[in-house]
Design a protein around this ligand. Structure first.
Ligand code: SAH
Length: 362
């Protein structure tokens, strides 16, 4: 973005050095940090607690926003999908999912995705590029400002899930930096306990993640309980197979604190991985690796024309869940949200058809 520093992705320390470099005292960095993250201001002009000359100086060398919102789609269930563009024209999508008790924002870690999961529409984009920490944080600020107004209170608090486009663990550093910025109590104050990062199974990064002191919750996308099928559905399995993945998951489990659990996601594909036999195979696999502090999130497949799969029947979803439970495994079915606007799991493919209900002018 023409040499302007994108301050939204600066840690507090980085902001302090930046401000010092401009010859300003340190407390200005705190004011700017609060302005961006706590007050969610989007221009320096709004930071009226800074002297005017300073605001002008900042405008010469820095920016708060780097993404532009192209369109916003609102689902009949209240879910909102934001299609944004980076300064170099790459699509970025974030989704706001309201629920009774707490809202969830699903954000993207990359533009597109490299992983080629066979049942996922984002895979069709290929990887365009990884997002910067600032582009990650800005998605959340943009969504909150749309829903609650600039600087408005977030009445329910917000959960964050790194479950949008991309593989978060292939953009590990920027992701962790963004989460650190967002957890700052003088900013968005979204603590790690309210964040879940989902990975398709980048084993070395799961191991690295396990060592982090303050870390978010972990979800691992499994979707098959044998290598032959997982190779086909999720080609990343050819790089790190189930044995490596579950061994790493077991080591991760040992680092959990009291009362904590982690999640395996399992996309249910009609006739492909959803039979009674598959449910038993999954339960057996968890037993084999002695994985106890896990829950399974069953995700009904969100179909699309380009994907050659269909959803499981409602009866089979129920049966799959019951079979897991009867083997002592906690299982939940994730309710699809925002399917009508291409906002549900695996549907983020930068779709901008005019036939989607669009509320313009955000
Ligand atoms: N790359 C990471 C983050 C994406 S999370 C990961 O794979 O975990 C998105 C979740 O949606 C993943 O669990 C993925 O398996 C699931 N998913 C992908 N395509 C889907 C589809 N068409 N229907 C339902 N879930 C899907």
């Amino acid at each position: 973005m023409n040499e302007l520093s994108h301050l939204t992705g600066f840690s507090r320390d980085e902001l302090t050095s930046f401000v010092k470099g401009l010859g300003m005292p340190r407390f200005r960095a705190d004011q700017i940090f609060r302005g961006i993250h706590e007050r969610r201001l989007t221009s320096f002009d709004q930071m009226t607690d800074l002297p005017k000359a300073l605001r002008e100086q900042l405008k010469q060398s820095a920016a708060i926003q780097s993404l532009t919102v192209e369109s916003k789609y609102v689902s009949s269930d209240g879910t909102r999908r934001f299609l944004m563009k980076t300064a170099d024209g790459r699509p970025v999508e974030a989704v706001f999912i309201p629920t009774e008790n707490r809202d969830t924002i699903c954000f993207s870690s990359q533009s597109g995705c490299a992983l080629k999961c066979d049942f996922c529409l984002t895979a069709k984009l290929g990887l365009l590029r990884s997002l910067s920490a600032g582009e990650i944080v800005e998605q959340i600020i943009t969504v909150l400002n749309d829903v609650y107004g600039e600087g408005g209170e977030t009445p329910h608090g917000t959960n964050l899930v790194a479950m949008g486009a991309g593989e978060p663990f292939l953009n590990f550093e920027n992701l962790i930096k963004a989460l650190e910025i967002m957890s700052d109590e003088q900013g968005l104050f979204i603590v790690p306990g309210r964040v879940t990062v989902s990975t398709a199974g980048i084993v070395p990064k799961i191991n690295e993640f396990a060592k982090l002191e303050r870390r978010p919750n972990l979800a691992i996308s499994l979707s098959a309980a044998n290598d032959e099928l997982r190779d086909k559905l999720m080609p990343i399995n050819k790089r790190w197979n189930l044995d490596e993945l579950l061994t790493s998951a077991k080591s991760f489990e040992k680092t959990l604190k009291r009362g904590e659990r982690f999640t395996f996601e399992y996309v249910l594909l009609g006739g492909v991985n959803d039979t009674d036999g598959h449910a038993r195979e999954l339960a057996d696999l968890l037993k084999k690796y002695d994985l106890r502090r896990v829950k399974i999130n069953l995700i009904p497949h969100n179909p699309a024309d380009q994907l050659g799969y269909h959803p499981s029947t409602a009866e089979q979803v129920k049966r799959f869940k019951e079979l897991l439970e009867s083997s002592g495994v906690s299982a939940y079915v994730r309710t699809p949200r925002g399917r009508d606007i291409y906002a549900a799991c695996g549907q983020l493919a930068a779709k901008s058809e005019p036939n989607l209900v669009q509320i313009a002018g955000v």
